[in-house]
Ligand binder design. Structure first.
Ligand code: C2E
Ligand code: MG
Ligand code: MG
Ligand code: MG
Length: 291
């Protein structure tokens, strides 16, 4: 049974680790076939402005496995990221999101929405990334100024010159960039300032403790103020309660996303919700400066 020998001659076999590795390998094999088997879908979660009007959505990848049911992205994205599979998945996501943007362009309640797409480090680092985005826009006819790409700090700061070049090329097409999970990384402001960013997304860990007597309010207030002085838009992630929403409004946070405003849902459900809101809300134009 022993799989390997240690340096000092001990042989070990860890059945728990072994079954984890086997489960992971099985998931990876299944994931390879997921696109062809049409098991992938994008769900969309609404983002609202300070007046609580819908201005955009985040596209979130969903995988329905025939036996395991819905596999959460936290489980399968890391597996895909460990291999070139993330490139195939990432391309599928971009194509699907741009196809949706083009379809919404003809719908009065959805035509002004932006779609934010999560981009993996490996996908962004790939030399073909800019072409991949370009191809998705061109083949679908989606408006580049409706597409927002979400990157994380570690993705952007890995090779900052390459990052700036890629971002500037896509910016010149009209594509915008958001920094996802902001506050969880270690980036210094001088580095971030070099990047042509549009938006910071405050990580939900900072939103969780916001309430009537919020100690984290200091952090959120600082992020909002800093973003404003840098000319960046801000979205608070993971807003679940009225108390959090009120606290954020008091801190003059300009954008919100979270279960309080809507769950991630398939496009038809989101469209129905937008139509039902249409009487009570006016969808406003989403432009780079909405302060
Ligand atoms: P993320 O980009 O930070 O996305 C936000 C996550 O928070 C989503 O989890 C969303 O469902 C969840 N969320 C939204 N509102 C709330 C709330 O009020 N409370 C709580 N507790 N959670 C909320 P999800 O869909 O499970 O995705 C997890 C992560 O997987 C994403 O984090 C993103 O990093 C990654 N991911 C999802 N779709 C894609 C994709 O298409 N490509 C890539 N590369 N990564 C993706
Ligand atoms: Mg995201
Ligand atoms: Mg993310
Ligand atoms: Mg996030």
């Amino acid at each position: 049974q022993a799989k390997s020998a240690g340096r000092d001659g001990y042989r070990f076999f860890d059945p728990v680790l072994q079954s984890k590795l086997e489960a992971r390998a099985a998931l990876e094999t299944a994931l390879h076939g997921a696109i062809a088997a049409r098991q992938l879908a994008l769900h969309y979660q609404v983002q609202v402005n300070a007046r609580l009007q819908p201005v955009g959505v985040e596209a979130l990848l969903r995988w329905r496995h025939p036996h395991h049911g819905q596999v959460p992205p936290g489980q399968f994205i890391p597996i895909a990221e460990a291999s070139a599979l993330i490139l195939t998945l990432g391309e599928w996501v971009l194509q699907a999101a741009c196809t949706q943007l083009r379809a919404w362009a003809d719908q009065p309640h959805a035509c002004r929405l932006t779609i934010s797409v999560n981009v993996s480090a490996r996908q962004f680092a790939h030399p073909g990334f800019v072409d991949q985005v370009h191809a998705a826009l061109a083949s679908t006819g989606a408006r580049p100024d409706r597409l927002v790409l979400e990157l994380t700090e570690s993705t952007m700061l890995h090779d900052i010159d390459d990052t700036v070049r890629k971002m500037q090329t896509l910016r010149s097409l009209g594509v915008r960039f958001a920094l996802d999970d902001f506050g969880t990384g270690y980036s210094c402001l001088s580095q971030l300032q070099r990047l042509p960013l549009y938006q910071l997304k405050i990580d939900r860990s900072f939103i969780q403790d916001l309430g009537p007597q919020a100690s984290d309010a200091v952090i959120v207030r600082t992020i909002v103020g800093m973003a404003r002085s840098l000319g960046l838009h801000v979205v608070a992630e993971g807003v679940e309660t009225e108390a959090q929403s009120k606290a954020l409004a008091q801190l003059q946070c300009p954008g919100f996303q979270g279960y309080l405003f809507g769950m991630p849902q398939p496009a038809p459900a989101l469209e129905a919700w937008l139509r039902s809101q249409a009487g009570t809300l006016t969808v406003v134009h989403s432009e780079p400066s909405i302060f």
